[in-house]
Design a protein around this ligand. Structure first.
Ligand code: BGC
Length: 707
């Protein structure tokens, strides 16, 4: 489905092409230039004389960002409330492309209602290090899961005459030193790991916009990188849309103009000084940038505008609609991962419970707008505590914060320490409440001040002394369910030992509390699966094991190559704390009867495989059947990962119900990128198809041969 070789060129129909060319012929140079750079924080210049509107953009991915003034201060309008959607890794944890589509549709509709042409989402960089401050915004460590969800999000957004702007192209995998770091990565890792979701977003999602990243790739800034913007994007992927720079991510006039950047965006307000304003005019006059190049950029922008601002609405778009909150709820409820289960604890059996102590600041915290970077001014955001009180009116619910969030991220931080000591007074108060209650729900974790754009975390420790809090609370009352809210891996190894039940929760949008409480109560059976590996130790993960993070002298060398995420843990035989694809359910499932239609295939064949999934427990539930492929070693000895995710399906089953699940793969999905030949190649020989419910639990296997 999302294999490397199923390209489809973007097309501009004849009528659109003629209209664009006619407009270009009527534009003056100054008018053209005004379209090529910011004229405000989030828009370019317009040409009213010809009916060409400004190109209006806004962040994503959490929802349509509130309006800000020229100093980034909120404009406090009554009209810019929006739905807050679960963060990227939450969406990925659903392993549900249908939900990614609904997310895109809702986001696109709200963007259209707010009169935006471009929504700066989805954010699809690979989780290379768990410390990346934007791990919560991104989707996954795996290129297939990343692509499958990105494509649907893009398609959904664009159903509303709003362009998806996939970001940040490319290899923007850390925030530390993000404006300068020069990524040295081999060609194979680029093609197999870091590029597939961008490629798929364009070739399969038909994205009309892409954002160049801040960092450099092999010595050249992404906003002026001819390999990325010309060779790959325009020539190979046939991209006809618009390349927009990240804000203040442009570093030159002539190089950027000649190497493929279309629009320069930024945060400075002296718009005439932008590289693509007066300096570009001078460069054109000096003969350094031909008009043909300028016209190509205008062509891309007009193509985008004709799909968006200049396209009539077919339906009236809505903001904050019930459907959008339903989508936010559905994503949240399918994203929650049951990490540890104990039947006596979960789902909660409240028949004898008269009192619950809810402990931890995260129980009442809102996650819509903290830290550095884009948030949402949500019409509402339901916290865990609010929802518990609402849904359990007959139970005495007490609350104690347990820890204090005092860390403030500043723009000048490059990395941050876990910081903040345990607060003994708050812990004493929490332990007291825990001891008196029949049941404790301990709501700890990260937040959006701690996990944020522009800085990485310094380590995997749980901040604010929360482990000390957890020790005390679990000692005071072992009837404790741990709810850990975060967007990235943390070191929860001690919690894994000491607590009977753990739910992994995310920055889960407007319906956060409702979704989480419904999972606690068993109204929703958890079906989320981790979209990345939780290492037991930071140094177990590749970038850290090889000391290539954050890099030296501004260079980050991706020495691990294609061995990112579970590919590394497999190769090094390291057990993670929780593996990629992991997540339990209140019910149980069994897989049996794996079959393929043939045993030997030609390189151009499709492979039809099937497997039976049975719900063997006593609760309805969803399970994600994951299909990984391994190439058996052969004489050619081309290095291949132990396994790679190639497909997955999420299925709902009633107790006792069985379903036959069919998978269709292409043999070309087994290809690796041959650096010398500069193309994808399928090796002949034998491959093992492995089916299971996490990357470590793959009980059903079948071997096939490729001629
Ligand atoms: C971020 C982008 C974002 C832009 C505009 C930058 O700092 O890297 O993801 O879209 O700001 O807010």
């Amino acid at each position: 489905m999302f294999g490397p070789m199923h390209a489809q060129a973007q097309k501009v129909d004849k009528q659109t092409d003629a209209r664009i060319k006619s407009l270009i012929s009527q534009l003056t140079l100054d008018e053209k230039l005004s379209m090529l750079h910011a004229g405000s924080k989030f828009s370019t210049g317009a040409v009213p004389r010809l009916g060409i509107p400004a190109l209006t953009t806004d962040d994503g991915p959490l929802g349509v960002r509130e309006e800000v003034d020229e100093n980034w201060a909120p404009r406090k309008l009554p009209t810019d409330y929006a739905t807050f959607f679960p963060n990227g890794s939450a969406l990925a944890a659903t392993w549900n492309p249908t939900l990614a589509r609904l997310y895109g549709q809702a986001l696109g509709e709200e963007a259209r209602a707010r009169k935006k042409d471009v929504i700066l989402a989805p954010a699809i960089n690979i989780t290379r290090t768990p410390l990346n401050g934007r791990t919560y915004e991104y989707l996954s460590e795996d290129p297939y899961l990343n692509s499958a969800l990105a494509v649907q999000a893009v398609k959904g957004i664009q159903q509303w005459h709003v362009a998806a702007c996939v970001k940040h192209f490319a290899v923007n995998n850390q925030e530390a030193n993000r404006y300068n770091v020069d990524v040295q990565v081999d060609e194979r890792a680029l093609h197999e790991i870091y590029l597939p979701a961008f490629k798929a977003s364009i070739e399969q999602g038909n994205a009309w916009a892409i954002m160049s990243a801040y960092n450099k790739l092999r010595g050249s800034y992404c906003a002026e990188n001819s390999f990325l913007l010309k060779d790959l994007l325009r020539k190979e992927w046939q991209f006809k849309g618009t390349v927009i720079s990240d804000w203040n991510g442009t570093h030159s006039t002539v190089n950027s103009a000649l190497n493929g950047l279309d629009v320069e965006m930024g945060t400075e307000t002296a718009y005439n000084n932008y590289y693509f304003a007066e300096p570009l005019k001078a460069a054109i006059k000096a003969g350094l940038v031909p008009m043909k190049v300028i016209d190509e950029k205008i062509y891309h922008i007009l193509n985008l505008l004709l799909h968006t601002a200049m396209a009539p609405d077919t339906k009236v778009p809505k903001l904050n609609s019930r459907e959008h909150y339903k989508t936010a709820y559905d994503i949240a409820s399918e994203s929650i991962v049951l990490l540890k289960k104990d039947k006596r604890m979960l789902p909660l059996n409240l028949s004898k419970v008269k009192s619950i102590a809810v402990i931890g600041d995260n129980a009442q915290r809102h996650f819509q707008r903290e830290g550095f970077g884009a948030g949402v001014k949500a019409k509402y955001e339901i916290s865990i505590l609010q929802s518990l009180k609402y849904k359990l009116p007959d139970i005495n619910i007490t609350y104690a914060p347990g820890y204090k969030v005092s860390y403030k991220a500043t723009a000048s931080d490059s990395v941050k320490a876990a910081g903040n000591k345990a607060d003994s007074k708050l812990i004493a108060e929490a332990t007291d409440a825990a001891g008196k209650a029949d049941l404790v729900i301990l709501c700890i974790g990260g937040n959006r001040t701690y996990e944020t754009e522009n800085t990485d975390r310094k380590n995997l420790s749980i901040p604010y002394g929360q482990q000390t809090l957890a020790d005390a609370v679990l000692a005071a009352n072992p009837n404790t369910v741990v709810v850990f809210t975060g967007g990235a891996p943390y070191d929860i190894s001690k919690l894994k030992e000491q607590s009977p039940a753990i739910l992994w929760d995310w920055f889960n949008g407007s319906e956060h509390g409702n979704a989480l409480v419904d999972v606690l109560l068993g109204k929703v059976n958890p079906s989320g699966k981790l979209p990345f590996t939780f290492p037991a130790l930071l140094d177990d993960s590749p970038a850290h094991a090889l000391h290539t993070y954050p890099g030296e002298n501004n260079i980050a060398e991706y020495k691990e190559g294609i061995f990112v995420g579970y590919r590394w843990f497999d190769a090094k035989k390291i057990d993670p704390l929780y593996c990629f694809g992991y997540g339990l359910s209140y019910t149980t499932f069994a897989l049996a009867d794996v079959k393929t239609d043939k045993t030997t295939y030609a390189p151009t064949d499709a492979i039809n495989a099937s497997i039976t999934l049975t719900n063997t427990g006593n609760m309805p539930g969803k399970e994600v059947v994951q299909l990984y492929v391994r190439k058996d070693r052969d004489a050619a000895a081309i290095e291949r990962p132990e396994k790679e995710l190639k497909s997955f399906r999420k299925v709902m089953l009633q107790p006792g119900e069985a379903a036959t699940i069919r998978f269709k793969l292409k043999v070309s999905d087994f290809a690796y990128y041959d650096v010398n030949a500069k193309q994808w190649k399928v090796q002949p020989g034998s491959y093992v198809l492995m089916f299971g419910t996490s990357s470590a639990e793959l009980p059903q296997r079948v071997r096939v041969w490729v001629k």
